[in-house]
Write a protein that binds this ligand. Sequence first.
Ligand code: NAD
Length: 351
Amino acid sequence: ARQFNKILVTGGAGFIGSHVVRLLVNKYPEYQIYNLDSLTYAGNLENLKDVEGKSNYHFIKGDITNADFIHNLFADYGFDAVIHLAAESHVDRSISDPLSFVRTNVIGTMNLLNSAKNSWVSDFSGKVFYHISTDEVYGTLGEEGLFREDTPYDPNSPYSASKASSDHFVRAYGETYGLPYIISNCSNNYGPNQFPEKLIPLFINNIIKKENLPVYGDGKYTRDWLFVKDHAVAIDLLLHKGAIKETFNIGGFNEWQNIELIQLLCSVMDRKLGRNRGESEELITFVKDRPGHDKRYAIDASKINSELGWRPSVTFEEGIEETIDWYLKNEKWLVNVTTGDYQKYYLKQYK
Ligand code: NAD
């Protein structure tokens, strides 16, 4: 397995990034972990309170769209690996403001690629640029079939188009300049610390508050769901053992139609909140469909499974229980992020 000294994690204050940072800081006390995040609405340092005091954890506030800043950072620190998660990540926001997705997801990735290449070019050995991406780059599936690593790219939303573009640039830097990269494309994540604009935490929050549960179209959209901690384990594994200049699909072997998933959430929440059976389901309201909505995503994760032995460690029911318990226990977190109050945490801790 590869070993590292200094790892730059971008977007570490976000949902998936915070789980990756926590895993690395705790598992590898000999590594220095640098969390670079500009703290947009989606970045929240409260997600990492428990690792804040550790001597191998460092937070850097900064924006990946600032090329000079990124250049200086690489010159100052001499990272030997990058795990790049920072992104604008919400499809609905990409429909109303596509350009901000180009800035962060495409130009921000370019800045990191240029700085990594320039700082590593004299000796690429032992270096890894690990780019975290999504299965949405493959477009949509009919009722049959799975996305494989060789499925042609066919993005339909501005979000997936920006991620596809960044994936292509990463691969091109490998081919053109010899940059040692890994790309993984993962299905929908769920779990603690996810911002409540995304389906599962949005619905948990609305069920708690007895507010409407807006379901797009006929609710028959199908997604594969992966528990975020299992994604973090896959990222750790690929960073250390994944073949260089290759792509890996990561998925949960766990497909759900939106409406069935929402019914599951409602029934678990009714039980946990001591409500009558079926009470929360009455909150479901069908709303106008999202334009360009992909019908079905499903992942063939057999490559990472056969090459590295990875598979999800929890069932969906177990992951959902843990997730709901976390949101019920952390209602203050939920209130803080929905009111913007979480930014006060940063001001208090770091200013
Ligand atoms: P998130 O929105 O929760 O977190 C993104 C983080 O990036 C935030 O902390 C934000 O402050 C930071 N960030 C945004 N713009 C930045 C900038 N210009 N400079 C520095 N930091 C910036 O996202 P997430 O759900 O944790 O997703 C992380 C990565 O994983 C993204 O690249 C996303 O495309 C990918 N991904 C997500 C999923 C999913 O289901 N959430 C699935 C597959 C892949």
